[in-house]
Design a protein around this ligand. Structure first.
Ligand code: MD3
Ligand code: FE
Length: 213
C-alpha cells in the first residue's frame, strides 16, 4: 500500500516566516552526535552557570567551536575561552558543522558558517524561560537547533515578551532553522518531564549553531 503519511522519513513543517522544523532530520546520526557531545563534555564539562542577576540556571551548558556562549556576573557573552576555567572550547566536530550547514541550506540559508555551538543539557524540571537570542553580531544569519534525548515542549512567541505563544513538541532528531523575521522571536522550553530515553537516559540535549562574530 502507498503510505502517504509515513513517519519513517524526515519531513518539513513551516513554523513561521523564516522558521522551519526539519522533523527527524538528524535521527539517523543521533548516536554519533551524542558520542561527540560526551567527548566535548570530557574536555569541558557541563556546568550550571550563574546569570548576571545571580540565579543558577537549571539548564547545564558547554560549548564547542571557536567561540562559546557563557554568562557570569559581567553579563552574557561569546568568548574564545570558558570564562569559568579559562580553557579554549573544544573544536566543533566536522559532523556538527556539516549538519548545521546542510540543514541551513535546506531552509534557504546558503552561506551559514557557524563559529559557535552552544550545548544545553536538560534534567527533569530544567527549563528556559522566554528570551530572545540577540548576542550574535549579524541577525541575518540563522540559528540551527538540534534536539536529542527526551522530548520537550518548545514555546515560541512574537517580538515582545507578552505576545501569544505557540507550543511545539521537539523530539530526538528534530532540527529547527530560525532565520529571517523569526530570528528575534521570543522562545523558551517548558520544564522537562522526567523520563528515560534509550540513548541519553534522564536528559535532553540541544545543540544550537550560531554565527556569533
Ligand atoms: C527561536 N535553546 O539556547 S532551541 C538557546 O531547546 C535556546 O535548548 C532552546 O533557546 C533549547 O538559546 C531552544 C530552538 C531555538 C533556538 C534559537 C532560536 C529557537 C529560536 C533563536 C531565535 C528564535
Ligand atoms: Fe534561545
Amino acid at each position: 500500500m502507498l503510505d502517504l503519511f509515513s513517519e519513517d522519513s524526515p519531513w518539513q513543517e513551516p513554523l513561521a516566516e523564516g522558521a522551519v522544523i526539519l522533523r527527524l532530520r538528524a535521527r539517523d546520526i543521533a548516536e554519533r552526535l551524542y558520542q561527540e557531545i560526551l567527548c566535548i563534555a570530557d574536555q569541558n564539562p557541563f556546568v550550571h552557570r550563574i546569570t548576571p542577576g545571580g540565579h543558577r540556571m537549571s539548564v547545564a551548558m558547554t560549548n564547542c567551536g571557536d567561540l562559546g556562549w557563557s554568562t557570569d556576573s559581567r553579563g552574557y557573552q561569546y568568548s574564545e575561552r570558558d570564562t569559568q576555567n579559562g580553557r579554549a572550547w573544544p573544536a566543533m566536530p566536522t559532523l556538527f558543522r556539516h549538519l548545521a550547514q546542510e540543514t541551513a541550506r535546506e531552509a534557504g540559508f546558503t552561506d551559514f558558517n557557524p563559529d559557535a555551538c552552544l550545548i544545553n543539557r536538560y534534567e527533569p524540571g530544567a527549563k528556559l524561560t522566554l528570551h530572545q537570542d540577540k548576542d550574535e553580531k549579524d541577525m541575518r544569519q540563522p540559528i540551527v537547533s538540534v534536539s536529542l534525548g527526551l522530548p520537550a515542549v518548545f514555546q515560541f512567541g512574537g517580538f515582545e515578551r507578552g505576545d501569544a505563544t505557540q507550543r511545539v513538541l521537539l523530539e530526538q532528531g528534530d532540527v529547527v532553522v530560525w532565520g529571517g523575521p523569526s530570528r528575534l522571536r521570543y522562545h523558551g522550553i517548558l520544564p522537562l518531564k522526567p523520563g528515560v530515553h534509550p540513548l541519553t537516559g534522564a536528559f535532553r540535549y540541544n545543540l544550537t549553531f550560531r554565527r556569533a562574530h
